[in-house]
Design a protein around this ligand. Structure first.
Ligand SMILES: NC(=O)c1ccc[n+]([C@@H]2O[C@H](COP(=O)([O-])OP(=O)(O)OC[C@H]3O[C@@H](n4cnc5c(N)ncnc54)[C@H](O)[C@@H]3O)[C@@H](O)[C@H]2O)c1
Length: 248
Protein backbone atom coordinates (compact mmCIF):
# COMPACT_ATOMS: atom_id res chain seq x y z
CA UNK A 1 0.00 0.00 0.00
CA UNK A 2 1.28 3.47 -0.85
CA UNK A 3 0.15 6.53 1.04
CA UNK A 4 -3.41 6.30 -0.35
CA UNK A 5 -6.12 6.51 2.26
CA UNK A 6 -3.65 7.62 4.91
CA UNK A 7 -4.12 10.54 7.26
CA UNK A 8 -1.00 12.68 7.00
CA UNK A 9 -0.06 15.74 9.06
CA UNK A 10 2.77 18.08 8.12
CA UNK A 11 4.32 20.50 10.62
CA UNK A 12 6.10 23.24 8.69
CA UNK A 13 3.89 22.77 5.62
CA UNK A 14 4.64 26.29 4.40
CA UNK A 15 7.86 27.20 2.63
CA UNK A 16 9.75 25.47 -0.14
CA UNK A 17 9.94 21.85 1.01
CA UNK A 18 6.65 21.95 2.95
CA UNK A 19 4.88 23.13 -0.21
CA UNK A 20 6.45 20.38 -2.32
CA UNK A 21 5.58 17.71 0.27
CA UNK A 22 2.01 18.94 0.44
CA UNK A 23 1.64 18.81 -3.35
CA UNK A 24 3.12 15.31 -3.44
CA UNK A 25 0.99 13.86 -0.65
CA UNK A 26 -2.15 15.59 -1.89
CA UNK A 27 -1.63 13.87 -5.26
CA UNK A 28 -1.55 10.44 -3.58
CA UNK A 29 -5.24 10.36 -2.57
CA UNK A 30 -4.83 10.71 1.19
CA UNK A 31 -7.83 10.17 3.45
CA UNK A 32 -6.91 13.45 5.10
CA UNK A 33 -4.19 16.07 5.16
CA UNK A 34 -3.53 18.32 8.13
CA UNK A 35 -1.27 21.20 7.20
CA UNK A 36 0.34 23.37 9.81
CA UNK A 37 2.90 26.18 9.95
CA UNK A 38 3.75 29.08 12.24
CA UNK A 39 3.22 31.46 9.31
CA UNK A 40 -0.35 31.85 8.06
CA UNK A 41 0.76 33.47 4.75
CA UNK A 42 3.23 30.66 4.15
CA UNK A 43 0.50 28.10 4.79
CA UNK A 44 -1.90 29.94 2.46
CA UNK A 45 0.75 29.94 -0.29
CA UNK A 46 1.06 26.16 0.09
CA UNK A 47 -2.68 25.60 -0.11
CA UNK A 48 -3.24 27.89 -3.10
CA UNK A 49 -3.72 25.84 -6.23
CA UNK A 50 -3.89 22.45 -4.53
CA UNK A 51 -5.97 20.09 -6.62
CA UNK A 52 -7.07 17.88 -3.72
CA UNK A 53 -10.68 18.09 -2.59
CA UNK A 54 -10.79 20.89 -0.01
CA UNK A 55 -13.02 18.70 2.13
CA UNK A 56 -10.07 16.46 3.02
CA UNK A 57 -7.74 19.23 4.19
CA UNK A 58 -7.45 20.81 7.62
CA UNK A 59 -5.11 23.70 8.34
CA UNK A 60 -3.76 25.05 11.61
CA UNK A 61 -1.34 27.80 12.51
CA UNK A 62 1.01 26.31 15.10
CA UNK A 63 4.47 26.89 16.51
CA UNK A 64 6.36 23.58 16.74
CA UNK A 65 8.35 24.79 19.72
CA UNK A 66 5.12 24.86 21.78
CA UNK A 67 4.00 21.33 22.69
CA UNK A 68 0.37 22.30 23.26
CA UNK A 69 0.13 23.80 19.79
CA UNK A 70 1.58 20.64 18.23
CA UNK A 71 -0.77 18.50 20.32
CA UNK A 72 -3.66 20.59 18.97
CA UNK A 73 -2.59 19.80 15.39
CA UNK A 74 -2.63 16.07 16.16
CA UNK A 75 -5.99 16.46 17.92
CA UNK A 76 -7.34 18.14 14.77
CA UNK A 77 -6.33 15.07 12.72
CA UNK A 78 -7.95 12.69 15.19
CA UNK A 79 -11.18 14.70 15.51
CA UNK A 80 -11.60 15.23 11.79
CA UNK A 81 -10.24 11.99 10.32
CA UNK A 82 -10.23 9.56 13.27
CA UNK A 83 -6.57 8.58 13.04
CA UNK A 84 -3.06 9.78 12.26
CA UNK A 85 -0.93 7.54 10.04
CA UNK A 86 1.96 9.82 9.13
CA UNK A 87 3.43 12.84 10.87
CA UNK A 88 6.09 14.88 9.04
CA UNK A 89 8.11 17.24 11.24
CA UNK A 90 9.52 19.62 8.63
CA UNK A 91 9.71 23.04 10.32
CA UNK A 92 13.22 24.36 10.71
CA UNK A 93 15.18 27.58 10.99
CA UNK A 94 18.71 28.48 9.93
CA UNK A 95 21.10 30.01 12.43
CA UNK A 96 22.77 33.40 12.08
CA UNK A 97 26.05 33.52 10.20
CA UNK A 98 28.77 33.50 12.87
CA UNK A 99 31.46 31.49 14.62
CA UNK A 100 30.64 29.71 17.86
CA UNK A 101 32.12 32.40 20.12
CA UNK A 102 30.25 35.17 18.31
CA UNK A 103 26.79 33.62 18.55
CA UNK A 104 24.54 34.46 21.47
CA UNK A 105 22.74 32.15 23.88
CA UNK A 106 19.51 33.23 22.17
CA UNK A 107 20.89 32.16 18.77
CA UNK A 108 21.55 28.69 20.23
CA UNK A 109 18.29 28.49 22.15
CA UNK A 110 16.17 29.45 19.13
CA UNK A 111 17.80 26.75 17.03
CA UNK A 112 17.17 24.16 19.75
CA UNK A 113 13.58 25.36 20.37
CA UNK A 114 12.56 24.96 16.73
CA UNK A 115 14.94 22.40 15.21
CA UNK A 116 15.11 20.00 18.17
CA UNK A 117 12.10 20.64 20.39
CA UNK A 118 9.90 20.82 17.25
CA UNK A 119 10.64 17.17 16.35
CA UNK A 120 10.54 16.16 20.02
CA UNK A 121 7.11 17.77 20.37
CA UNK A 122 5.98 16.06 17.16
CA UNK A 123 6.94 12.65 18.54
CA UNK A 124 5.41 13.38 21.96
CA UNK A 125 2.15 14.48 20.35
CA UNK A 126 1.83 11.69 17.78
CA UNK A 127 2.90 8.67 19.82
CA UNK A 128 -0.19 8.26 22.04
CA UNK A 129 -2.55 7.97 19.05
CA UNK A 130 -0.12 5.86 17.02
CA UNK A 131 0.42 3.49 19.97
CA UNK A 132 -3.34 3.02 20.20
CA UNK A 133 -3.48 2.30 16.45
CA UNK A 134 -0.35 0.10 16.77
CA UNK A 135 0.96 1.77 13.63
CA UNK A 136 2.41 5.02 12.41
CA UNK A 137 5.28 6.62 10.54
CA UNK A 138 7.04 9.71 11.86
CA UNK A 139 9.36 11.49 9.44
CA UNK A 140 11.76 14.19 10.62
CA UNK A 141 13.50 16.65 8.30
CA UNK A 142 17.17 16.76 9.26
CA UNK A 143 19.95 17.94 6.89
CA UNK A 144 23.37 17.01 5.56
CA UNK A 145 24.39 19.76 7.99
CA UNK A 146 23.83 17.15 10.69
CA UNK A 147 26.27 14.75 9.01
CA UNK A 148 29.05 17.14 8.03
CA UNK A 149 30.70 20.07 9.83
CA UNK A 150 30.17 23.58 8.50
CA UNK A 151 31.76 26.75 9.81
CA UNK A 152 29.61 29.77 10.70
CA UNK A 153 26.45 27.67 11.15
CA UNK A 154 27.13 25.70 14.33
CA UNK A 155 23.63 25.83 15.90
CA UNK A 156 22.10 24.60 12.64
CA UNK A 157 24.64 21.75 12.27
CA UNK A 158 24.39 20.69 15.90
CA UNK A 159 20.60 20.75 16.02
CA UNK A 160 20.29 18.78 12.76
CA UNK A 161 22.73 16.18 14.13
CA UNK A 162 20.44 15.93 17.15
CA UNK A 163 17.47 15.29 14.85
CA UNK A 164 19.29 12.36 13.21
CA UNK A 165 19.99 10.80 16.60
CA UNK A 166 16.48 11.56 17.84
CA UNK A 167 15.10 9.53 14.93
CA UNK A 168 17.32 6.58 15.90
CA UNK A 169 16.45 6.72 19.59
CA UNK A 170 12.73 7.09 18.93
CA UNK A 171 12.85 4.27 16.37
CA UNK A 172 14.26 1.88 18.96
CA UNK A 173 11.91 3.15 21.64
CA UNK A 174 8.69 2.74 19.64
CA UNK A 175 9.38 -0.17 17.25
CA UNK A 176 7.45 -2.56 19.49
CA UNK A 177 4.47 -0.18 19.31
CA UNK A 178 4.37 -0.46 15.51
CA UNK A 179 5.69 3.08 15.07
CA UNK A 180 8.55 3.79 12.66
CA UNK A 181 10.68 6.93 12.99
CA UNK A 182 13.08 8.04 10.26
CA UNK A 183 14.65 11.23 9.01
CA UNK A 184 15.58 12.70 5.65
CA UNK A 185 18.86 14.58 5.20
CA UNK A 186 18.53 16.94 2.24
CA UNK A 187 21.40 18.70 0.56
CA UNK A 188 20.84 22.28 -0.52
CA UNK A 189 17.79 23.45 -2.45
CA UNK A 190 17.10 27.18 -2.57
CA UNK A 191 14.47 28.48 -0.17
CA UNK A 192 13.78 31.41 2.15
CA UNK A 193 16.71 30.11 4.20
CA UNK A 194 19.11 31.43 1.58
CA UNK A 195 17.68 34.88 0.88
CA UNK A 196 20.46 36.67 2.73
CA UNK A 197 23.28 34.85 0.95
CA UNK A 198 25.15 36.66 -1.86
CA UNK A 199 25.30 34.95 -5.28
CA UNK A 200 28.97 34.03 -4.75
CA UNK A 201 28.06 32.11 -1.59
CA UNK A 202 25.26 30.26 -3.41
CA UNK A 203 27.70 29.37 -6.21
CA UNK A 204 30.18 28.05 -3.64
CA UNK A 205 27.49 25.87 -2.04
CA UNK A 206 26.36 24.62 -5.45
CA UNK A 207 29.95 23.73 -6.29
CA UNK A 208 30.06 21.34 -3.33
CA UNK A 209 27.15 19.31 -4.72
CA UNK A 210 28.41 16.99 -7.49
CA UNK A 211 24.93 17.04 -9.07
CA UNK A 212 24.45 20.78 -8.38
CA UNK A 213 21.73 22.30 -6.22
CA UNK A 214 18.52 20.35 -5.82
CA UNK A 215 14.87 21.29 -6.05
CA UNK A 216 12.30 20.66 -3.31
CA UNK A 217 10.67 18.16 -5.66
CA UNK A 218 13.90 16.11 -5.58
CA UNK A 219 13.16 15.30 -1.94
CA UNK A 220 9.56 14.20 -2.05
CA UNK A 221 10.22 10.60 -3.15
CA UNK A 222 12.10 9.87 0.07
CA UNK A 223 9.15 11.14 2.15
CA UNK A 224 6.63 9.18 0.08
CA UNK A 225 8.70 6.05 0.63
CA UNK A 226 8.94 6.60 4.39
CA UNK A 227 5.21 7.33 4.60
CA UNK A 228 4.22 4.15 2.76
CA UNK A 229 4.30 0.44 3.52
CA UNK A 230 7.20 0.08 1.08
CA UNK A 231 9.35 1.20 4.03
CA UNK A 232 7.72 -1.17 6.55
CA UNK A 233 11.16 -2.59 7.50
CA UNK A 234 12.89 0.81 7.62
CA UNK A 235 13.23 2.60 10.93
CA UNK A 236 15.93 4.70 12.59
CA UNK A 237 17.30 5.59 9.16
CA UNK A 238 18.73 8.85 7.89
CA UNK A 239 17.98 8.90 4.17
CA UNK A 240 20.45 11.20 2.44
CA UNK A 241 19.17 12.99 -0.68
CA UNK A 242 21.87 15.50 -1.44
CA UNK A 243 23.15 15.46 -5.02
CA UNK A 244 26.29 13.76 -3.73
CA UNK A 245 27.21 16.48 -1.22
CA UNK A 246 28.13 14.09 1.61
CA UNK A 247 29.83 11.53 -0.63
CA UNK A 248 33.43 12.85 -0.69
N1 LIG B 1 16.72 24.56 1.95
C1 LIG B 1 17.72 23.69 2.16
O1 LIG B 1 18.76 23.71 1.49
C2 LIG B 1 17.57 22.65 3.24
C3 LIG B 1 18.55 21.65 3.31
C4 LIG B 1 18.46 20.69 4.30
C5 LIG B 1 17.41 20.71 5.18
N2 LIG B 1 16.46 21.69 5.11
C6 LIG B 1 15.37 21.65 6.05
O2 LIG B 1 14.16 21.56 5.35
C7 LIG B 1 13.09 22.08 6.17
C8 LIG B 1 12.27 23.06 5.33
O3 LIG B 1 13.11 24.15 4.99
P1 LIG B 1 12.95 25.03 3.66
O4 LIG B 1 14.28 25.11 3.03
O5 LIG B 1 11.76 24.59 2.88
O6 LIG B 1 12.74 26.46 4.33
P2 LIG B 1 11.53 27.48 4.34
O7 LIG B 1 12.01 28.62 5.15
O8 LIG B 1 11.06 27.70 2.94
O9 LIG B 1 10.41 26.67 5.13
C9 LIG B 1 10.47 26.48 6.52
C10 LIG B 1 9.05 26.54 7.05
O10 LIG B 1 9.10 26.29 8.47
C11 LIG B 1 8.23 27.20 9.08
N3 LIG B 1 8.61 27.40 10.49
C12 LIG B 1 9.70 28.04 10.97
N4 LIG B 1 9.67 28.06 12.32
C13 LIG B 1 8.53 27.40 12.68
C14 LIG B 1 7.95 27.09 13.94
N5 LIG B 1 8.53 27.48 15.09
N6 LIG B 1 6.80 26.40 13.95
C15 LIG B 1 6.19 26.01 12.78
N7 LIG B 1 6.70 26.30 11.57
C16 LIG B 1 7.86 26.98 11.52
C17 LIG B 1 8.37 28.48 8.28
O11 LIG B 1 7.28 29.38 8.49
C18 LIG B 1 8.45 27.93 6.87
O12 LIG B 1 7.15 27.84 6.27
C19 LIG B 1 13.77 22.70 7.39
O13 LIG B 1 13.72 21.80 8.46
C20 LIG B 1 15.22 22.87 6.92
O14 LIG B 1 16.14 22.90 8.00
C21 LIG B 1 16.53 22.66 4.16
Amino acid sequence: MGTEQRVIAILGAGGALGGALTRQFSSESPAGLVLSDISAPSLEATIAGLSVDGASIETAVADVSDFQQVEAVVARALERFGRLDVLVSNAGVPSPNGRIHNLTAEDWERAFRVNVMGPVNAIRAAVPAMRTQESGSIILTASVAGLTAWTHASPYCVTKAAVIHLAKVAAVEYASDGIRVNCVCPGTFLSAMHVDLPPAAIDAIAGKHPLGLGMPTDLVGAYSYLASDASRWTTGSAIVVDGGYAAP
